[in-house]
Design a protein around this ligand. Structure first.
Ligand SMILES: Cc1cc2nc3c(=O)[nH]c(=O)nc-3n(C[C@H](O)[C@H](O)[C@H](O)COP(=O)(O)O)c2cc1C
Ligand code: SF4
Ligand code: SF4
Length: 436
């Protein structure tokens, strides 16, 4: 068995909604967790837990060919990944037998069973005792699969209806004794409504996000989207690095919501390295799940995740995930509470600058014309920020190809904090203040 990379005084183990795991890194329900062969190699590599590929009623689902597509960056790096796969295409009995065996062989790892059955009480009542008998640590309700299954009244069709979320969660709490994690769909206007419904139904935790409705590209010769099945296609579910910002916002929304305060959150979406995981934790996630990064790079990425997280925690003096989980939540607020008196200004480090001019073009054409292009007698270019004009939008820093060449420098101010609600420039200030 793989030794865990613990650093002195750092304990990566977690207890999430009553489920123990030697580290916070779980594989999400998907092909990497489809069978005992995969799951056991994942455990060998060091994953703290897995959510088994979603089980359903027999007969098992049937998949099409082909199934995946990607949104590529300029250098063919996969920015986002798209799939049109359904839930497991193996029989329920085979999956349940393998889950039972794997849990016996790996008692210290978290083994969660993902489930999706029709939205009727009898179906849940029938499957839950069979799942309980496997000895798995908990279940995760797949209320988010956005393709294929919603057409059959399952997956996102349930996750988009708060009443159904609450009802299904309640059945699970009634017929299953261990923790119930409700996995939410991002294909919804306000994620808080779904989390509140899960909590009302008795959920022990929520996990998010499942995949986002997507079409990644079109084959312009054949006029069909990818992945292509014969001469047709359908929308898929988007995941991978590109969805991380969307997932993090949704995690933060739930963590900030007074109605769901304290509800354990398992973060999913674009997590590819220890830093992504730490960021999700900072926004309130108590465990993290990974799918696309493992599909693209293999199970061994968990070594960097454990090692990197443990090193960073040791450096910061955090002994456990709980010590920093949620620390960024209090600093995430509504726009109206931001400090209108805060000012930051771009600064160019001339020693690092390679005079490419990207910052100048960006600011000149689309921002605030706050960078001067100076040319000396020898024809050498030099770019300087016109500080009085700079509004601190960050665009030049984002555009600059040289790391740390442009820094944003907060300006000293003797003005006190002032929200938009207090700002004299706010035409509705009085009425806003009066109603607050
Ligand atoms: C090929 C593929 C199959 C998936 N199958 C399932 C599934 O059966 N059940 C489920 O809850 N989520 C499924 N997902 C969604 C993932 O569990 C995860 O929520 C999503 O991919 C976001 O995480 P990521 O950005 O790390 O990939 C699947 C994702 C992919 C790419
Ligand atoms: S921060 Fe914005 S306004 Fe200021 S120099 Fe950069 S691009 Fe221009
Ligand atoms: S983008 Fe960066 S490297 Fe290029 S000119 Fe501006 S500051 Fe210099």
């Amino acid at each position: 068995m793989k030794a865990f990379a613990q650093k002195p005084d750092v304990d990566l183990s977690i207890e999430f909604a009553g489920i123990r795991s030697p580290n916070p890194f779980w594989l999400a329900s998907a092909p990497p967790t489809d069978k005992a062969y995969n799951v056991e190699r994942a455990f060998e590599a060091g994953w703290g837990g897995v959510v088994w590929k979603t089980l359903g009623e027999d007969p098992a689902a049937v998949n099409v060919s082909s199934r995946y597509s990607a949104h590529f960056g300029k250098n063919r790096e996969v920015l986002g990944f798209n799939n049109i796969e359904l839930i497991t295409d193996r029989s329920l009995a085979t999956n349940l037998r393998e889950i039972t065996e794997v849990k016996k062989r790996w008692p210290d790892r978290a083994l969660i069973v993902s489930l999706m059955v029709p939205c009727v009480e009898e179906s849940w009542q029938a499957i839950l005792p069979r799942v309980e008998a496997t000895g798995a640590d908990g279940i995760e309700l797949n209320l988010g699969c956005p393709h294929g299954m919603p057409e059959r009244g399952m997956g996102a069709a349930v996750g988009q209806n708060p009443d159904l979320i609450e009802q299904v969660t309640r059945w699970c709490k009634q017929y299953y004794s261990k923790p119930v994690i409700v996995k939410l769909t991002p294909n919804i206007t306000d994620i808080r409504v779904a989390a509140q419904a899960a909590l009302r139904g008795g959920a022990d935790a929520v996990s998010l996000i499942n995949t986002i409705n997507s079409i990644t590209s079109i084959d312009l010769d054949n006029m069909v989207a990818k992945p292509t099945v014969g001469s047709q296609s359908t929308h898929g579910g988007y995941c991978g690095a590109a969805v991380k910002p969307i997932a993090m916002n949704m995690v933060a929304e739930i963590a900030r919501d007074p109605e769901t305060q304290g509800l354990p959150i398992c973060g999913i979406g674009g997590i590819s390295n220890w830093r992504d995981a730490a960021e999700f934790a900072a926004l309130g996630a108590g465990a993290m799940q990974v799918c696309t990064a493992a599909m693209l790079h293999g199970f061994r990425i968990v070594e960097e995740m454990q090692d990197g997280l443990a090193r960073w925690m040791a450096e910061k003096g955090y002994r456990s995930l709980a010590e920093f989980s949620g620390k960024a939540v209090v600093n995430t607020t509504d726009w109206k509470y931001l400090d209108m008196n805060f000012q930051t200004i771009a600064h160019i480090d001339q020693d690092k600058c390679i005079q490419c001019g990207r910052c100048y073009i960006a600011c000149e054409d689309t921002s605030h014309q706050s960078i001067a292009k100076l040319i000396d007698a020898s024809g050498a270019r030099r770019y300087e920020v016109i500080e009085e004009e700079c509004v601190g939008c960050n665009l030049c820093q984002i555009t600059c190809p040289v790391e740390d060449c442009i820094s944003m420098v907060p300006q000293p101010s003797d003005k006190p904090y002032m929200s938009w609600n207090e700002d004299p420039r706010n035409p509705f200030r009085e009425s806003v203040t009066a109603t607050n």
